[in-house]
Design a protein around this ligand. Structure first.
Ligand code: FAD
Length: 470
């Protein structure tokens, strides 16, 4: 096998374009097929969610491909959550007690554009837009396409095919249609969907609310969040049930109902969204779900990556980060086994599956945490102690959120296990009144708390091991 291997990548979204760039840097001949037009030259919505939270796992992969700085130039740092209550009061909750830890709002389209441009700088990369993959013959690694430009159907004979074609992956579909192997697959939708709205910039182009925060309006059964954009606007996302509760997507059918919903639940946000009716009716309602499947590979021929292999709900802000991390992990395995695709695929899948399952589960946990718990007094108390521990013992204490978001060297599965045990330990200590919950503890008191949390965490991890929970 030579580096000239004909590699086909289906889907030039965030994962596919980064993978194309990295494989091109390694000298492979890469052809990428994307069903949508080129988002750098066509005014299309870049896909799901206009902006996203980018954090350290994503940056690590971008660094590997030499595009970290370009991405940082278009980032807006968000240092914490700003929670809005119904009365319009706000309170801030930082993401970490360490100053250098924050997440970043970034435009999906602009980031995707950077990756496409960088990939295309390599003469061994060709990107075909407006070309939809219709199926893949996985035995013969032949991908079938339809061009929306010429209306023609054609096929491409590849050495290796990657499916980075998102949650509705055609390669994944070919796995279960071709029945070449036992393919396990689950897709679980939430009962909630989402809709994007906009808070425009003020008259001079400034942000109307703090751009240093991810804003959250948690209301139990529903929730609004907002992330800043570089042009002074915010992209607001409403998460709401399709058909349950007093307010839902199915019954918000008139301007009066929408306005009264926002007046009752999100009055301060409503005051900032001038086109609520038009946006509510014109913008699509998106579904939210988790996809888990196995295996991701077929022999030495095909491989699923990114959302195609592991779509998750967006509540940990990790779907893109995890998809970028796929490329980091894959690249290291390519280093070790270059020349043997079957081995590379097998080692990668075995190394990665547990971690992507973990972030999928953590993302579901955070769905409840964000819409409900962030406003809960016990949760606030726990977060306050965690912040104090992190700022006083920055190299000794890492909350679950910090491990997932800012510690790219800790695999997701490890972060989940340790983070859950730590949460349980802290809540036990608070409930048993073993930690003082006064707002300002001395360093000595905090040291004691740290020791108790560490001991209790280790005990819980030990009990889990005995009970057979990995
Ligand atoms: P996609 O981005 O879906 O890209 C797939 C590409 O394949 C697309 O360009 C598509 O047009 C193309 N394609 C599809 N089918 C075909 C076909 N048959 N032939 C050719 N091309 C095809 N993640 C974060 O890390 N942080 C966040 O804050 C965050 N917020 C989110 C908010 C929402 C509301 C949603 C829905 C998701 C969010 N995510 C977030 C998750 C993130 O969007 C995904 O994990 C990420 O886009 C996955 O990248 P991907 O390249 O695997 O898939």
């Amino acid at each position: 096998m030579s580096k000239k291997d004909n590699i086909v990548i289906i889907g030039a979204g965030l994962c596919g374009s980064l993978l194309a760039l990295r494989l091109a840097q390694r000298g492979y001949k890469v052809s990428v097929y994307e069903s949508r037009p080129d988002l750098r030259t066509t005014d299309i919505s870049a896909g799901r969610s206009i902006n996203l939270a980018l954090s350290d796992r994503g940056f690590k992969a971008l660094r590997l491909a030499g595009v970290e700085e370009k991405a940082r130039e278009i980032c807006i740092p968000m240092y914490g959550r700003l929670i809005h209550d119904k009365e319009g009061n706000t309170f801030a909750s930082n993401y970490s007690g360490r100053e250098n830890e924050y997440i970043n709002s970034i435009s999906r389209g602009d980031l995707n554009g950077i990756l496409l441009t960088e990939a295309e700088k390599h003469e061994n990369v060709t990107i075909h837009f407006n070309t939809k993959c219709t199926s893949v013959d996985i035995e013969n690694t032949i991908a079938h396409f339809k061009s929306y430009t010429t209306e023609e159907d054609f096929s491409v004979d590849a050495d290796v095919v990657f499916g980075t074609d998102g949650a509705g992956s055609v390669l994944r579909k070919s796995y279960y249609l071709e029945k070449k192997f036992l393919f396990s697959y689950s897709q679980n939708y939430l009962t909630h969907g989402y809709k994007e709205l906009e808070i425009p910039a003020d008259k001079v182009g400034n942000h109307q609310i703090s751009k240093d925060h991810l804003h959250i309006w948690p209301r139990g059964q529903y929730m609004l969040i907002a992330l800043p954009n570089l042009d002074g606007s915010f992209t607001v996302t409403l998460f709401l049930s399709y058909d349950e509760g007093e307010y839902n997507f199915n019954n918000l059918t008139s301007e009066e109902k929408i306005t009264s919903f926002f007046e009752n639940e999100f009055p301060d946000a409503l005051a900032l969204i001038p086109n609520i009716k038009d946006e509510f009716f014109n913008n699509p309602t998106g579904a939210l779900g988790t996809v888990k499947c196995s295996p991701w590979m077929y022999q030495n021929k095909t491989m699923l990556m990114g959302d195609a292999a592991h779509a998750i709900v967006p509540f940990y802000g990790q779907g893109m980060n995890a998809s970028f991390e796929d490329v980091t992990v894959f690249d290291a395995i390519l280093d070790a086994h270059e020349g043997d695709w079957e081995k590379i695929f097998l080692v990668y899948q075995n190394a990665r599956k547990e971690d992507t399952d973990a972030i999928a589960d953590l993302a579901i946990d955070n769905y409840y945490e964000m819409r409900d718990h962030v406003a809960n007094p016990l949760f606030k108390q726990k977060r306050k102690i965690e912040m104090d521990l992190e700022s006083n013992f920055p190299t000794k204490y890492f909350s679950k959120y910090s491990m997932v978001t800012f510690n790219e060297e800790i695999p997701y599965a490890r972060a989940m296990k340790k983070g859950r045990a730590q949460d349980k330990a802290l809540l036990n200590l608070i409930a048993d009144k073993e930690v003082t919950t006064s707002l300002d503890m001395t360093k000595e008191e905090l040291k004691l708390v740290l020791r108790k949390v560490q001991e209790e965490t280790n005990e819980i991890l030990e009990e889990d091991k005995v009970a057979g929970l990995k």
